[in-house]
Every structure is written in structure tokens, then in C-alpha cells.
Design a protein around this ligand. Structure first.
Ligand code: GLC
Length: 455
């Protein structure tokens, strides 16, 4: 009997995941929800990919794609002098676009540091600009009231001790070739460098709101938690910045505290992402075009409606959008990015209430035809985003008895709940449906939003 009780107890421990999960951070679900509250509310942030690759102007992976050596890549360091860099301008454009936080590349895979690290000379303070560009970014974005985050690449294609792997500019074709290439490279030294730089970023710039680490690729000739010593790294981060929000690319998905949100990239999730069967915090990162870093001749730029739907659809599934800008080698946003940000800002100015503090609508509300729903659980307002503008009649299936009042969000003008309009053919409404009578002329907003005040 005693054996049976012990077995059952062990089984319940494992199945409740208490035992199965490794812990690097003691925090209750409630505490985590509170720590993430501002981020969950704000929904919309700016990603900034900026570095030496911005001079090449051919994607932030140009060094890898063109298999450049450090010597061949050195010219971008030599000519890096972003004389137009004005982070206050960037912050104002982000704010006007409706963005509430920003994440900037402090160091991307190329290894170049935009901050004054004492562990390397491969940094902005040693280039012609001679300044700590991250310090200026932090001050400017905070001054505009935005939360500030750092992107930091675990990967480093410049550091002499970072071993050549399958995505490295000098990647090889055989195990023997890798062995030869990595002779003399000491990953232990690189790990120390990596941890020291994370300590600098978590110590020298005040309160940092987000940390966006990128990225683990375990497997043959790959790199994962052991290569970064991820467990030690996340403990450093949590100790120095206990309020910080961290993404999920340290290869610590099975560690409680090893990550805070998941990061679907460049695609739309079909539903609210889950882990162990539970909905989890998530943020999709997306680009205006086909590149994170400035890419002069890349023209797959999404139009305003596509960008707005990325944001609305993310919120409609309980997530955030981190939308990327790739500044030029002069340190400015190019005209295409400025236009895209301005167009999004026009919509956000009048429709931001459907985004901030909003999330997935309760299951009882079915999205009407050609629309997306968001819902604010605090104000209990439901928002219908009209992706295709209806002609006068707009059926809300199953909404009977649930709606007190309807209005356009942008101008708070009433939308009448009335019988469907039509000649020569009786319009049938389901017994649980209601109909909204919309003006024929579509409001002058890319995606008009109907705000429902619920019973
Ligand atoms: C991918 C890209 C990297 C970019 C990141 C943003 O990891 O390789 O260049 O910074 O996505 O999420």
C-alpha cells in the first residue's frame, strides 16, 4: 500500500510539471502577469536593426550570404559614420506611429557593438562617429515616454573565439573542414565575452524593459544552451534586471523563467500560441519589406492595410507586434519607412483604443464576415475591424441581446441596430442575429472599426 501511495505521489509531481520543469526564476504566474502587464497592454513596438550591414545595404546577413572574411568586411567599420543619427527623431516617429516600446540591435550577428563595451574595440565609439549610440537611443526613447529594449545577438561572426558553425560566413562542407577551421578558437573565451557584454548592457544603461536575444540553433554544427551557457546567462539577466521581459531564443523553453514570451517571426499564427497546452504570451516580429537591416534594392514592401492587419490580427489572437525599421548607414529612416510609419500613425490616432489593452474576444462572439475582433476586458468593449467594407447591411451572427449600442470608433458616430435594408427580396435575419445599418460611404480610414458597447 505504502509503495502505491509513493508511486501515485511521484506520478502527480511529474504530471503537475513541478518536477519536470527546471527553475531559474522563482515567480508565480500572477507575479509574471503583473511584470508583463505594461507589455501586454501596449501591444505595439518598434524593432530597429542597425549596424555595419546598413552600409552594405544588402540585408543584415550580407557577411554570411557573401561569405565575407573579417578583412573583407572591415571597410564597413572604416566608413561607418552615421552623421544624420538623431534618436529623438526616431522616437518621435515611433510614438506618432502608435508604438509604445522599442527594441534596438545593440550587437547583431556581425559582432559590431553600437554600445561602448570595454571588452572589444569593434564598437561605435571606435568608429568615426565616436559615440555610444545605445546610450543616446535609451535617453531619447525614454524622453518620449517609450519603453526601451535591447536586441543582442548570441551569434558573433567577428569574434576570434566564436567557432565556425553551419550559419557562419566561413561555414564548411565537412566535419574535417570544421575541425580545421576551429583549431585555436576557444568557445569558453567567447562565452565569457558574451556574459560580460550582457552584464554591461544590464548594468550601464539604467532600467531596461526588454531583452531580445537571438538565436539558438542546436544540432549538427549548430549552437544551443550549452554553447551560450544559457542557464547562467539568464540568471545574470534576472539578477541585474528583475523587471525585464525576455524572449525565448536562449534554448531554455523547458526552464521556468528561461523565457517570458514566444516569438513567431515573419508569419501569422493560426491561433493564440500554446505551450504545454496553455496559452502563452507572444509577440510576432515583422518587417516592412524582406529584410531586417536596410536593403536598398529590396522592394517587397507591405502596404498600409497589410501592416495594420498584422497588428490587428496579432491583438485579435492575444499577441503583440514588433514592427521593424532598418535605418540607413547615415543613421536615418528612409522615405519608405517614414511613409509606412506615418500611415500607421494616422490609423492608430483614431483607432488605437481597439489595440491598447485589447486582446482576443470571448469565444461567444463570432467574427462577422470579412472582419477581425479585438476586445478590451477592462472596458468590456468589443471592436469589429472591417477588412472589407459592407454595403449598408452588416449582420452580427449570434449577437442578439448582447449589444447595447454601436458606434464608429474613429468619430464616435452612432451606428443604428436595425432591420436589414433591401428591395424586392425579404432580408432574413437569424433569430439570434442583429443587423447594423452602415453608411454607404466607407469612412476615410484604411480599416474602419465599429465599437460595441455590450449589455
Ligand atoms: C532572424 C534573423 C535575424 C533577425 C531576427 C529578428 O533571427 O536571422 O537577422 O535579427 O530574425 O527576429
Amino acid at each position: 500500500m505504502r509503495k502505491l501511495v509513493i508511486t501515485l505521489l511521484l506520478f502527480s509531481l511529474i504530471s503537475t510539471d513541478l518536477w519536470a520543469q527546471k527553475k531559474v526564476w522563482n515567480e508565480t504566474e500572477k507575479e509574471k502577469t503583473e511584470r508583463l502587464a505594461w507589455w501586454t497592454n501596449d501591444r505595439f513596438g518598434m524593432f530597429i536593426h542597425w549596424g555595419l550591414y546598413s552600409l552594405a545595404g544588402r540585408h543584415e546577413w550580407v557577411k554570411m550570404r557573401e561569405r565575407m572574411t573579417n578583412e573583407q568586411y572591415q571597410k564597413y567599420f572604416d566608413y561607418f559614420n552615421p552623421d544624420l543619427y538623431n534618436p529623438t527623431e526616431w522616437a518621435k516617429m515611433a510614438k506618432a506611429a502608435g508604438m509604445k516600446y522599442a527594441v534596438i540591435t545593440t550587437k547583431h550577428h556581425e559582432g559590431f557593438c553600437l554600445f561602448d563595451s570595454k571588452y572589444t574595440d569593434y564598437k561605435s565609439t571606435k568608429t568615426a562617429i565616436g559615440r555610444d549610440l545605445i546610450k543616446e537611443y535609451i535617453e531619447a526613447f525614454r524622453a518620449e515616454g517609450l519603453k526601451v529594449g535591447f536586441y543582442y545577438s548570441l551569434i558573433d561572426w567577428h569574434h576570434p573565439d566564436y567557432t565556425v558553425d553551419r550559419i557562419h560566413p566561413q561555414r564548411a562542407g565537412s566535419d574535417e573542414a570544421y575541425e580545421k577551421l576551429n583549431k585555436g578558437r576557444d568557445m569558453d573565451k567567447y562565452r565569457k565575452y558574451l556574459h560580460h557584454q550582457i552584464e554591461e548592457l544590464m548594468t550601464n544603461y539604467g532600467k531596461v524593459d526588454m531583452l531580445w536575444l537571438d538565436y539558438s540553433f542546436p544540432g549538427k554544427h549548430g549552437k544551443g544552451r550549452k554553447d551560450w551557457d544559457s542557464e547562467k546567462l539568464i540568471k545574470i539577466v534576472r539578477k541585474l534586471q528583475p523587471g525585464i521581459i525576455v524572449n525565448d531564443r536562449l534554448d531554455l523553453k523547458d526552464y521556468q523563467g528561461g523565457w517570458d514570451f514566444t516569438t513567431p517571426e515573419q508569419f501569422k499564427v493560426p491561433e493564440w500560441p500554446k505551450y504545454n497546452g496553455k496559452r502563452i504570451p507572444w509577440e510576432t516580429c515583422q518587417t516592412f519589406s524582406g529584410s531586417w537591416g536596410y536593403y536598398r534594392d529590396e522592394h517587397t514592401w507591405k502596404d498600409t492595410k497589410q501592416l495594420l492587419v498584422l497588428l490587428i490580427e496579432s491583438v485579435s489572437k492575444g499577441g503583440n507586434l514588433l514592427l521593424n525599421v532598418g535605418p540607413t548607414g547615415r543613421g536615418a529612416f528612409d522615405h519608405r519607412a517614414e511613409k509606412a510609419l506615418s500611415n500607421m500613425g494616422k490609423w492608430m490616432k483614431y483607432n488605437g483604443k481597439a489595440i491598447y489593452g485589447a486582446t482576443q474576444a470571448p469565444a461567444e462572439f463570432e467574427a462577422p464576415e470579412h472582419s477581425l475582433l479585438t476586445y478590451n476586458p477592462t472596458t468590456k468593449r468589443l471592436y469589429i475591424h472591417l477588412l472589407d467594407y459592407p454595403l449598408q447591411n452588416f449582420r452580427l451572427p449570434g449577437y442578439k441581446g448582447k449589444v447595447k449600442y454601436a458606434q464608429f470608433l474613429h468619430d464616435a458616430s452612432e451606428i443604428k441596430i436595425s432591420k436589414p435594408h433591401g428591395y424586392w427580396m425579404k432580408q432574413e435575419l437569424g433569430k439570434d442575429d442583429i443587423n447594423l445599418s452602415l453608411p454607404v460611404t466607407k469612412p476615410d480610414h484604411e480599416i474602419p472599426v465599429i465599437e460595441l458597447i455590450l449589455e
